[in-house]
Structure formats: structure tokens, C-alpha cells
Design a protein around this ligand. Structure first.
Ligand code: ADP
Ligand code: MG
Length: 314
């Protein structure tokens, strides 16, 4: 549904987006995750045909965004970072205006507006002035204008920024309900935001993709340098040597011995090696170490994100 190849955007001498390539399939919800200034909004503006790129090819809903910007706009709903919401307009009036802008045919105008208002839960406030609405409701109005023409693709730039926790949950639910029928791309600089809503994330840092995977696989894949923790009663030097000589063990460090709980051994595994948990445990047992506990120390996705965006390379 979205194909981006070697997309680069320069603002004068500054490179905001640097050689991005990715594909998004129909019905997916994908999150662009990256710190402020990573290039997320710039990429989204190009995907929606609002801004030209410097280099690269972008195809959205079957149309090249540079050659067919009108067709792209008809198939894309866009919630910009700062939605252009007309404060002196009534909610319904504005959604109707957006529908006309998106060239919804006259005959289906009313039903399109009704449906957008219903899906975004704006029924009770449709006669209110936008200027008198809370931030959460204004964000719904932004979403309503993005989906009023029932576009195949929705591009949502930081859709929950500035909302309170209750509003955040409501907007997330709303976005999730749009998946399947629509292809959704949303951006966020906050990790829980994308983990709560998206199936797949593209991590962007300094204009480049530093990781791209499903949320589960990303955690696992980046869990290179896996660490296991092994609690034993008696870590004899011979037993430790036997553990260290297992192929795939990078290092073992020994914690203090605590009466009752034993000694904690931290077993670091070399990245990309074979699965050796069985071997670690069986060696510990055959060496008579008195195994009390064995567990893996999970690296949280937060740590992964931090690793990805604070180093140049993934
Ligand atoms: N209109 C602009 N003119 C010049 N530089 C810009 C403009 N818009 C964004 N930038 C710069 O491009 C980079 C990427 O910005 P942006 O796409 O807004 O990132 P994000 O949405 O991830 O925070 C930043 O360094 C930003 O300062
Ligand atoms: Mg942005």
C-alpha cells in the first residue's frame, strides 16, 4: 500500500530524511518511532503529497506522490502535527467542509459526514464551536477530517500528543479500530504509544531507519548479548571453568554469596550464537553446583529504543 525507496529530504544544507526505504502492506498499523527531530513529520508530509522530496520514489495507494498528488490526496487521510482546525467553525460544519475538500461526491456527503462523526464519537458536540472544545475533542475532529472520505491510508502525526491519559486511551482504541480496513501509519516519540497501537515499528533516528520489525521480534532480535541469571549453592572454580568453556558463553560474573539465597552468576551469551540454555543448566547440575534458579534477564523495549537512538548504527 505504501512503497518508499531511497527517500531523501534536504532543508537547504540540512538532511532531514536520509535514504529511507520501507514498505507498508494493506491493513497494517505501523508506527514511526524516533526522538524529536528524527524526520518523522517530514517523511509523513512527503507521503501525503504535502511536500516534495529531494530524492527517492514514493508510491501510496498505487499512485506516485510526485506524479499523481491529487489521486494520492484522495486516498490518504492526514492528521498533521498541528491540525489546521478552524476554531470559529462548528464541528459538523468543519467535517463537512473537509469532505468537500476531499471531493466526496454530493450524493454521499451526508452519510460520509455522519459516519466520520459517529466513528470519532463527536455526535454530542457536532453543533459546538471547535474553539470551545477540549484538546482531546479537537484531536477527534482532526481524526474525523482525516477519515471523512474513507481513505485507504491514514497518516497520523503524533495523534495523542498533549492529551490526558483517558483521552489517550480513547484515541488509541479509535485508531486500532481503523486497522484492517485502513492502512495506518502513526508517529510518536514515545515508545508506549507505538507498542500500544502498532503491529510493527520503524525506528527512525537522525533521518535514517535504525530498526524495522514487529514489536516482539524487535525486542528479541535486539536482545543480542542475552543475559541469563543462574542462582547456585556452590560455585566451585572447576564448575565455573566448565560453564565458561560452553561454546557460546561470552562471560560469567559471580555475585556475592548470600546466606540462604546462594550465589548469583550472570551468564552473558555471545550475540547470534546457538540456543544453549539446556547446556548451561545441565553443566551446572553435573558439576554439582546446586541450581536454585535459572532465568533470563529481559532487556526492556525502552532500553532497546535507547540503544538504537543513542548509537549511530543498530
Ligand atoms: N521547514 C523546515 N525547515 C528547515 N528544517 C526543518 C523544517 N522542518 C523540519 N526541519 C528539520 O528537519 C529535521 C527533522 O524534523 P521533523 O521531520 O519535524 O522531525 P520529527 O517529526 O521526527 O520530530 C529536524 O532537524 C528539523 O529541525
Ligand atoms: Mg514531528
Amino acid at each position: 500500500m505504501i512503497h518508499v525507496s531511497h527517500l531523501t529530504k534536504m532543508y537547504g544544507p540540512r538532511t532531514a530524511v536520509n535514504d529511507l526505504s520501507f514498505d507498508i502492506q494493506k491493513g497494517e498499523i505501523v508506527g514511526f518511532l524516533g526522538p524529536n527531530g528524527a524526520g518523522k513529520s517530514t517523511t509523513m508530509k512527503i507521503l501525503t503529497g504535502f511536500m516534495p522530496s529531494t530524492e527517492g520514489k514514493v508510491n501510496v495507494a498505487g499512485f506516485d506522490v510526485f506524479e499523481k498528488p491529487t489521486e494520492v490526496k484522495r486516498n490518504v487521510g492526514y492528521l498533521p502535527e498541528t491540525p489546521p482546525v478552524y476554531l470559529e467553525m462548528q464541528v459538523r460544519e468543519y467535517v463537512d467542509f473537509a469532505a468537500r475538500l476531499h471531493q466526496v461526491p454530493k450524493a454521499s456527503l451526508k452519510s460520509a459526514v455522519d459516519s466520520a462523526i459517529e466513528r470519532t464519537g463527536l455526535g454530542d458536540v457536532q453543533k459546538r464551536l471547535i474553539g470551545n472544545l477540549s484538546k482531546g475533542y479537537r484531536q477527534r475532529v482532526g481524526l474525523a477530517q482525516a477519515l471523512v472520505h474513507n481513505p485507504a491510508v491514514l497518516i497520523l502525526d503524533e495523534p495523542t500528543v498533549g492529551l490526558d491519559p483517558k483521552q489517550i486511551i480513547e484515541i488509541r482504541e479509535l485508531i486500532k479500530s481503523l486497522a484492517g480496513e485502513h492502512t495506518v501509519v502513526l508517529s510518536s516519540h514515545i515508545l508506549p504509544e507505538v507498542t500500544a497501537t502498532c503491529q510493527r515499528i520503524i525506528v527512525i533516528n537522525k533521518g535514517r531507519i535504525v530498526a524495522e520489525d514487529s514489536i516482539d521480534r524487535l525486542t528479541t532480535r535486539l536482545n543480542k548479548g542475552l543475559v541469563y541469571s543462574l542462582m547456585v549453592k556452590s560455585p566451585s572454580p572447576t564448575a565455573l571453568t566448565a560453564l565458561r568453556s560452553i561454546h557460546g558463553v561470552a562471560a560469567i560474573s559471580e555475585g556475592p554469596n548470600q546466606a540462604g539465597t546462594g550465589t548469583k552468576l550472570t551468564v552473558e551469551i555471545a550475540p547470534g550464537g546457538p540456543e544453549i540454555r539446556d547446556q548451561i543448566v545441565s553443566t551446572a547440575v553435573s558439576q554439582g553446583m546446586g541450581v536454585l534458579e535459572f532465568s533470563s534477564e529481559k532487556v526492556s523495549l525502552e532500553e532497546v529504543f535507547l540503544q538504537l537512538t543513542t548509537s549511530e548504527k543498530a
